[in-house]
Ligand binder design. Sequence first.
Ligand code: ZN
Length: 444
Amino acid sequence: MKKAKYIIKKMTAGLVKSCKKLKDVNLISRMVLIVAAVMMVVALGLVLFYKTPLHEVICNTEQHNVVEVKSGDTLSKILGNEGFSMRDIDTISKTLKTEANFTTLRAGRDKLDFIRPGENEPISKIVIINGPWNRVEIDCGVPGTWQCQKVEIERDTRIAYKEGEIKEGSSFYLAALEAGVPEGIVIDVYDLLAFEMDFERDIRAGQKFYVVYEENYNAETKVDNGSVLAVSFDALRGNVQMYRFVKPDGHVGYYDENGNGAIKSLKRTPINNAKITSSFAGRRKHPVLGFTRAHKGVDFRAPTGTPIPAAGAGRVIARSFNRGHGNFVKIRHNGTFETLYAHMSKFAKGVNVGSVVRQGQIIGYSGSTGLSTGPHLHYEVIKNGVHVNPMTVKLPAIDNLDAKNKPLFMEYKKGLEEKINILKSNPKQIVRLKDKEENKENKK
Ligand SMILES: [Zn+2]
């Protein structure tokens, strides 16, 4: 710097001297000379001041060429377009397969970054960007040889807390979006609560809810959302709470505040240990009518007066009598499933059309009313309006924590609730499920 300043000083002095000698030259020529001299000084000064950094910038200019994988693209095709020889393409494909277990590029998601150390130099590195958290780096070592490695981008997972209330005439979906819950998370919450409530019919103004979920950051940039960590919803039958919990064996589940499986489902056999006396069948000879017709449910042996529990939480949509079913109750569980219980001797108290029932709540007692040859429960499951076999229809598993995992869950829940409380009072605070150090420990 000192040297540069000195040079400029000297040059300026010289310029003033030369100007004095140029008295005879005409004004325009003098002006041109002065401007040229000033420009020269400025240029020289700049070069001296920025000599080192400029040099570095030029030499470190890596050339990146990012190619998006489009439908119909293959690795060979893309590498060919970049000018790789068949031999190189073959080597790179094999290296990718053996060293990174990478075989297929996905159109619309993957990108390839071709890096040259400088302009007009050969490609020295290829980075396959497959998803926001994964990279495969392929380096050229000795010309013609390639090494590759998988790189996992460090994920900074933070907890987000959003609370809201259903407004008159609104839906949970709109209320959740309004509360700032991302759409993908709202859909996950729908799935979690699917057997708890009917989102079309059981929503009322004033119902409060909160959703706690993961947000994944790369440095300070939010990249995507993770899992729903907790949900609280003021349902018609009371407050419903769910917490995501990972068992030590890695199994992930959602549990209520007491550690019971929160993903409600339908019980295939409403009465425990009841023997099946007649299975679901497309066609069978009816025992009373004598002619062949479909058996749309499953019959369970149950002496008259056996309590019949609801197979899942829901709303009673029918409590009636007809010739075939005798006394029957029909429950709508959510937008998808309904169940029907027939041949009851009597209905349980307080079970009326419109009643909201819990899973396991007694809705009536077995009998032999209607077209029946003896006391039994005839149980039907209706999925999207179609009768399905209760014993084989795909249903979410009901999963309760055992004595070993329950205390672990309760401890985890306590910690999570403390974090939720921090976010309740200050939603902008950065809160993590695990401290960063802890995260690193776990990765080791
Ligand atoms: Zn039957």
